[in-house]
Design a protein around this ligand. Structure first.
Ligand SMILES: [Ca+2]
Length: 329
């Protein structure tokens, strides 16, 4: 469960207690938020480099997807300690009785093959994306149809960007292991302030009222966006078994959707019970060649965004060459 910084010892590693608590996996769930007490935001802001209106037309197309794939992208080195990202992916679906729908692709749009997608939000034709890795993390706005970056706020090299969610005119962004989240103006992508938490930050989404967050474990934490206090949390289960490695999130018409890290499955979660009602399989969206390239470069499926006004639903992945609009099941 999410805890306030300093309220418990650091258990951000594989541990027997957490393994038992989470149902047989080593994924440890420990996050979070400090109360509303403000961080020294001026200091935080000083290390951010804002590059408004950066036009980067070179960001689209599949051409970069055929390059050298022998090494991981820069910024993936882990300095110390194990994280939930080190653990093996779960073999979902656990039960043959759990419904699985294969994603039906309606359109394909270009995606920056260097974007290590960690958070994805769709607002009309604006695709807002949080991209990770040390040294290159940012929050960016792209044009869905072209993939062109029209606005970007880069982060200091010490931050690895993670989940992104919009509540009203604010964007909330987590970082992986840095214990710092950021709030942005959702229109300009200017940093508004920051907040502190303990544990790993992975996915983030909002139903317009509260925030839902993951940390790579089996648990989802529900937060009040105004105070960043934990309202409640729940363990996600499929056929009675906890589902670990929950990653990028999206609120889709009353369901919480979650990428299961290093798998081709998106879990459709009942937010009241934590029960997985079914999966969306997205493994067939990439061609075998695209898939091999993404895997060789350290990418994987991650990123779901839904614009309720238009009913448009898109998915992508870290280092994927495309964003796919899929039919909502
Ligand atoms: Ca999302």
């Amino acid at each position: 469960m999410w805890v306030r910084r300093g309220a418990s010892p650091d258990v951000n590693a594989r541990g027997g207690d957490a393994r038992a608590a989470d149902g047989g996996f080593g994924y440890v769930s420990v996050v979070f938020p400090a109360p509303a007490a403000p961080m020294p935001t001026i200091r935080r802001l000083a290390v951010l480099v804002a590059l408004p209106l950066l036009v980067a037309a070179a960001c689209s197309g599949d051409e970069a997807d055929t390059g050298d794939t022998s090494t991981l992208p820069p910024g993936m080195a882990q300095s110390t300690g194990r994280t939930n990202a080190d653990l093996p992916p779960p073999s979902v679906p656990f039960s043959g009785a759990t419904p699985v729908v294969t994603a039906s692709v309606l359109k394909r749009f270009p995606h920056d093959t260097g974007a290590y997608t960690q958070g994805l939000v769709l607002a009309g034709s604006r695709l807002l994306e949080s991209t990770g890795r040390y040294g290159v993390s940012d929050v960016r706005e792209t044009v869905l149809a072209t993939g062109a970056v029209v606005r970007r706020t880069r982060m200091a090299d010490t931050y690895f960007a993670e989940g992104l969610a919009r509540v009203g005119d604010r964007l909330f962004q987590l970082t992986w292991r840095e214990g710092t989240g950021f709030r942005y103006d959702a229109t300009t992508l200017a940093v508004v302030d920051s907040f502190a938490y303990s544990g790993e930050g992975w996915g983030l989404a909002s139903d317009g009222t509260v925030l839902y967050g993951t940390d790579g474990s089996t648990r989802v934490s529900v937060l009040d966006p105004s105070t960043l206090s934990v309202v409640r949390s729940f363990v996600v289960t499929e056929a009675g078994t906890p589902v670990p490695a929950l990653n990028e999130l999206e609120w889709v018409d009353g369901e919480l959707w979650a990428n299961v890290f290093q798998t081709d499955y998106i879990a459709r979660i009942d937010p009241a019970t934590g029960v997985v009602k079914g999966y969306v399989a997205i493994g067939g969206i990439l061609t075998p060649e695209q898939r091999a390239s993404v895997q060789a470069r350290g990418g994987t499926a991650n990123g779901i965004a839904y614009d309720a006004a238009s009913g448009r639903l898109v998915v992508t992945g870290k280092l994927w060459p495309l964003v796919a609009q899929i039919r909502k099941p």
